[in-house]
Design a protein around this ligand. Sequence first.
Ligand SMILES: *Cc1c(COP(=O)(O)O)cnc(C)c1O
Length: 230
Amino acid sequence: MSISICDNVRDVLRRIEKSARRAGRNPKEVTLIGVTKTVDVARMLSAFECGITHFGENRAQSARKKWEELKDLPVTWHFIGNLQRNKVKYVVRFCEFIHSVESLELAREINKRAEQLGKVQKIMIEVNISGEETKHGIKPEEVENLVMEIEKLPNLKFVGLMTMAPFVEDPEEVRWIFRKLRELRDDILKRHGYDFLHLSMGMTNDFEVAVEEGATMVRIGTAIFGRRDE
Ligand SMILES: *Cc1c(COP(=O)(O)O)cnc(C)c1O
């Protein structure tokens, strides 16, 4: 078992707990997703032994290969990356959550593949709050319409919103992005009568601020596995 991965997981969990308490939240409301892109299966196994039970992947085919090797592990798989329509078939098989839906065409393809597999796929809509052109996701004002269209697709279950904040030195600078996603979520909750919707937000550099602002899922790679050389 890798000592450093375990130390890192413990440290991240402690920081999540502190941030949640600062905001008067129950830390159990926050799911830690270990982002395992570029991480090999041996280290994924180590992470599992250190308590990580959610894996997040962003490349369909390599994720699928890793899942083939690890499918007996009792973990939940998340797809968090940009998803091309022709790769949907790889992902729907094993991912419980797809965080990165950003068009109706993609939603329809996921619905079709889910139907073929006889499952209901949980999906989130990725929102580009910052307006940066390099970021994926739809504009906040387009979310309402996409939710309505997704609700018509029988093999999809809309479960929340996801965003990625730009990298900044001081994460306080992106607090407004997380707050805005929360407000958007609260608005949809009210108008569509859901009991609960996830907020998938917060990465290594900014997860404490995201938790303070209401994240229910944080996606952490570097703080657990170390720097990636991409
Ligand atoms: C890589 C990635 C993460 C994790 O980033 P770290 O900064 O390494 O924690 C989270 N979310 C998405 C969508 C990613 O692609």
